[in-house]
Design a protein around this ligand. Structure first.
Ligand code: PLP
Length: 376
């Protein structure tokens, strides 16, 4: 079997836990159906494996950001699953989109017109989702554009409108009144458009205390991220284990790393591990973040380098400190949300930046070979 020689670190993705997360959301939002957002290679975890596991768990609706991402999942579309392309229909991509069998999320009058014209020229109806802006001002038709669609039935003459969607701006803050405001704006627009199947909720929206319409679009919660601000109800999915490359004992006064930003005020021990910011470990965590060795917290000292990180392991029993010894970066002691908080960001960014140099393991599946293009 091919082994990955990029880093000696292992990223484990627990597909069974992810499927459990999917099922718990599906139960929670019923009778709404639960789809899955698998953009950015399923938040960096591997869309092929993730989609296979979610399909087995019963998921029939998948959302990606780009048409190219949909292309890699074309076999799902052929097996009757819906692949929605959130960023819509790029100019000139109509034929490609139809060929893949992807469903564009049409975000503007121009996109609607191009898809409709293409379908008409092909002499058939083509499916599409329509996104409307209910207050976030990111993607989707404005109120005036909705008026135009309502006024002129020809605009959608060859489009089979399978989903009407919008996106919450403040879903992760359950008490924010803007959630209700967006819900009612969306309901009004839905009525005007003849109430096609409706989708509003991302992960956070799934945990709001109100009905979930026809289809929900969770992403981060499937992958173990906290969909809200309280105790995380999801199972952790990702663990990351690095290895010690070298340990050195240092006298008091020793300084560490680029810029010599850390100085030992006592005799100590430094362990260097073989991942760095090129592996998505935020440089911002220099002097701030931590890892765990044999369950003990060890601080990141000095700056995070491209391919290595230095840890203060002074208080770790020596039997755990040897080349090749495991170091928990993500796991039972440190979640993606913990790392995100230390780094001043969100779990989404931690996950999607994890990068391509790890050996990926999907327990229960054969070990996946190194991703193409990985550096050695
Ligand atoms: C990314 C995305 C989602 C998923 O959001 P999570 O917060 O990860 O659940 C849902 N809908 C749209 C339109 C998105 O862009």
């Amino acid at each position: 079997m091919e082994t990955c020689e990029a880093t000696m670190a292992t990223l484990r993705i627990d597909l069974a836990a992810m499927a459990d997360n999917y099922l718990s959301i599906a139960n929670r939002v019923a009778p709404a159906a639960a789809g899955a957002v698998v953009k950015a290679d399923a938040y960096g975890l591997g869309a092929t494996e993730v989609c296979a596991a979610l399909s087995t768990a019963g998921c029939r609706h998948f959302f990606v950001a780009h048409l190219g991402e949909a292309g890699r999942l074309a076999s799902l579309a052929r097996s009757g699953r819906s692949i929605f392309v959130l960023n819509g229909l790029p100019v000139g991509a109509e034929e490609k989109c139809a060929e893949i069998g992807a469903i564009p999320v049409l975000n503007s009058i121009d996109q609607i017109e191009r898809w409709n014209r293409y379908a008409k020229a092909e002499g058939r109806q083509l499916p599409a989702a329509l996104q409307v802006d209910s207050g976030m001002s990111r993607l989707g038709l404005s109120a005036a554009e909705v008026d135009r669609v309502v006024a002129d039935a020809n605009v959608l003459s060859h489009i089979d409108l399978v989903l009407l969607m919008s996106h919450l701006a403040c879903g992760d803050d359950a008490s924010n009144p803007f959630n209700d405001e967006q819900s009612s704006i969306f309901a009004m627009i839905a009525d005007r458009l003849g109430r096609p199947p409706l989708s509003l909720d991302n992960s956070a929206g799934c945990f709001l205390d109100r009905p979930h319409l026809d289809l929900v679009r969770p992403g981060i919660a499937l992958y173990g991220g906290n969909p809200g601000s309280g105790v995380n109800p999801m199972k952790p999915v990702v663990s990351l284990e690095a290895q010690i490359i070298q340990v050195r004992a240092v006298p008091a006064g020793t300084r560490v790393g680029y810029g010599l930003t850390h100085q030992f005020d006592r005799p100590g021990k430094v362990a260097t591990i073989g991942i760095g910011y090129a592996d998505g470990w935020p440089r911002h965590l220099g002097g701030k973040g931590c890892a765990f060795i044999a369950g003990r917290r060890v601080a990141i000292i000095g700056r995070v380098s491209m391919d290595s990180i230095t840890l203060d392991v002074t208080d770790v029993p020596p039997e755990h400190l040897y080349p090749g010894a495991p170091v928990e970066m993500l796991g039972v002691h440190q979640t993606i949300d913990d790392v995100a908080e230390d780094a001043g960001t969100i779990s989404y960014e931690i996950l999607t930046r994890l990068g391509r140099r790890y050996r990926r393991e999907f327990p229960g599946l054969p070990c996946s070979p190194c991703q193409e293009g990985a550096a050695i």
